[in-house]
Design a protein around this ligand. Sequence first.
Ligand code: CAA
Length: 291
Amino acid sequence: MDSSTRVGVVGCGQMGAGITEVCARAGCDVTVFEIDAMTAEAGQQRVEKSLDRGVTAGKVTEEERARASAAIRYTTTLEDLADRELVVEAVIEREQDKLDVFARLDKVVTDHNAILASNTSSIPIMKLAMATSRPERVVGMHFFNPVPVLKLVELVPSLLTSDDTAARVRDFATSALGKTVIRSQDRAGFVVNSLLVPYILSAVRMAESGFASAADIDAGMVLGCAHPMGPLRLADLIGLDTIKAIAAAMYEEFKEPSYAAPPSLQRMVEAGLLGRKSGRGFYHYDPPATA
Ligand code: CAA
């Protein structure tokens, strides 16, 4: 697979939009599926806004921007992904939703050589693969937010992923997308979230107990450890619902107390305080960020 690969993306939220953008910028023909016209429109705005940002930042030329926009087709019909060679699923981090997507993709994508990848942060790839009739073609391809900026892709083969599938995804991510690939075993959380999520949850517990304020916790890690942003601002960027879902998947797998979502995080999610995307999390955002 290379920059002429026909790519499909399922879901055009924060991550799906980023994946769509980087594939289109690499020259791929991209079809992205969303559940209805309004959500597809919001997804398109996300992609366009980020491309604009790329131009303003001097990372994307006007010509590249126009070419990338023209290479993306938005659809609300999953069957439009029939001819794709690589499909990346990037729907909400809920196991049943992802299982449904994989079962449907298995029926829709006609080429049995095509790869069905998941951008899941934590759900075992083996479970998703078993929803299909082609587990050897199912693999984890985990991007990082913001996708156009962060260089990493985690490659997560399941027990049944073929070597050829893993090699093709590695090659595509490096050669076509310019990403650096690390390989993880198929364990909930993979490499990065196994380290990152307990850190973020510790920061939430610290704020919850009154040990320090959110602003001071974040300043501590930004100024004391040169992290680009503190753990609570990062939680807002990732989405508190996503953090909660990743923590739940990791807790279910390992039963480690450090992976359990603290009560304040649970209450915030129940209250709809999801971070940047909802306009409020540990901080306020005005207007809510769409990219
Ligand atoms: N396209 C291309 N380049 C872009 C861009 C776009 N749309 N938007 C920004 N950039 C470039 C900028 O030009 C800039 O480049 P230089 O460093 O070369 O100048 C760089 O990206 C940073 O952008 P900004 O200056 O606008 O913003 P910033 O310096 O405030 O950084 C940030 C913002 C990139 C989000 C940074 O704070 C950061 O990296 N934070 C940590 C994010 C992180 O840890 N993400 C991982 C989350 S975990 C995850 O995603 C997986 C999961 O499963 C939960």
